[in-house]
Design a protein around this ligand. Structure first.
Ligand code: UD2
Length: 282
């Protein structure tokens, strides 16, 4: 019997969306093939992280674990947005990887950091990042890489399925439901609920995404309405009308607080259990 060159990777999970975007799971890709495509292009991947106030304490583990597992062998520019550049930990970076600090103010409400991230990223793309990288990932800082998180994640516009809503029905997705907000999603709309902790893609695509979300956040603020999950709500609105070209499964955004499910063969990135009262400003 002849061996199939490309046997179907997984039969137990959804691996492609209704608009034909792949959903990346362990078993659906071959890293050697993927690296064979991207390595010769010598791409640089911008990676933005906010570490404001007490969240700076997460940065060391984030960076050290990223150096072990995140896009290993690729050029990475980390852009750390912080109110205390002097406290950025000294972490040894591999060749081709560098770190920039970008100063942002300290905020007195944690929601404000989430709300303003889109605007800071949009500006940084305009002023610096677009000259220095071709892809970008925007990540939360209270996270740890545990396993390979590589170039299979690259795509034009990339979203991650939120681990808490993987098996949830659409009516339980925590979209913004008040029509006064520009993040409003009608009960009949929505494909997946995506996490705000990981999004990315080509620089120009993420520039459009951050610019649109920023505009909508500003208009909402003018109307004195704050979407239920801040910028994550606006991001979810955006991905309904601008479909991501690649989706990352929960392997790419898991949570230390979740009980593992059988479909999850490998955890690549996980949010750390945090004491919110101790780390948030409000
Ligand atoms: C969820 C989302 C997060 C964001 C937020 C919006 C996931 C796993 N997380 O996380 O991406 O959409 O909801 O409300 O999908 N930060 C600071 N200093 C602070 C507070 C926050 O630097 O004092 C930064 C930091 O990079 C942090 C990020 O903002 O990782 C998100 O804040 P969070 O982790 O407290 O938000 P959370 O857990 O509600």
């Amino acid at each position: 019997m002849k061996l199939q060159l490309m046997p179907p990777g997984r039969g137990d999970v959804l691996t492609v969306t209704s608009w034909l975007a792949p959903i990346v799971w362990e078993g659906t890709f071959d890293s050697a093939v993927i690296d064979g495509i991207y390595k010769p292009l010598n791409v640089t991947i911008a990676t933005t992280v906010f570490a404001v106030g007490k969240y700076i304490t997460y940065l060391k583990d984030f960076l050290e674990s990223a150096e072990k597992h995140y896009m290993v062998g690729y050029n990475i520019n980390y852009y750390i947005f912080t109110d205390q550049p002097e406290n950025i930990p000294a972490v040894t970076l591999a060749a081709g990887r560098s770190l920039w600090s970008l100063r942002v103010p300290a905020f007195n409400r944690w929601q404000e950091i989430s709300l303003q991230r889109m605007s800071f990223i949009r500006k940084a793309i305009e002023e610096q990042i677009r000259k220095e990288a071709s892809f970008i990932f925007c990540l939360d800082v209270d996270m740890r890489f545990d396993n390979h998180w590589g170039a299979e994640a690259l795509g034009n516009l990339v979203a991650v399925i939120h681990p808490w809503f993987y098996q949830a029905s659409r009516d339980s997705f925590p979209y913004e439901r008040r029509p006064e907000s520009l993040a409003y999603v009608h009960a009949d709309e929505g494909d997946f609920y995506y996490g705000g902790a990981v999004f990315g893609g080509l620089i120009d695509e993420v520039y459009k995404l951050t610019g649109t979300c920023e505009e909508h956040l500003v208009i909402d603020k003018g109307k004195d309405i704050e979407a239920v999950w801040q910028e994550e709500s606006h991001l979810n609105w955006y991905f309904i009308y601008n479909k991501p070209t690649k989706l990352l499964s929960m392997e790419y955004l898991w949570s230390d607080e979740k009980v593992k499910i059988t479909e999850l063969k490998v955890v690549r990135l996980s949010t750390i259990k945090k004491n919110l009262a101790a780390v948030r400003p409000n």
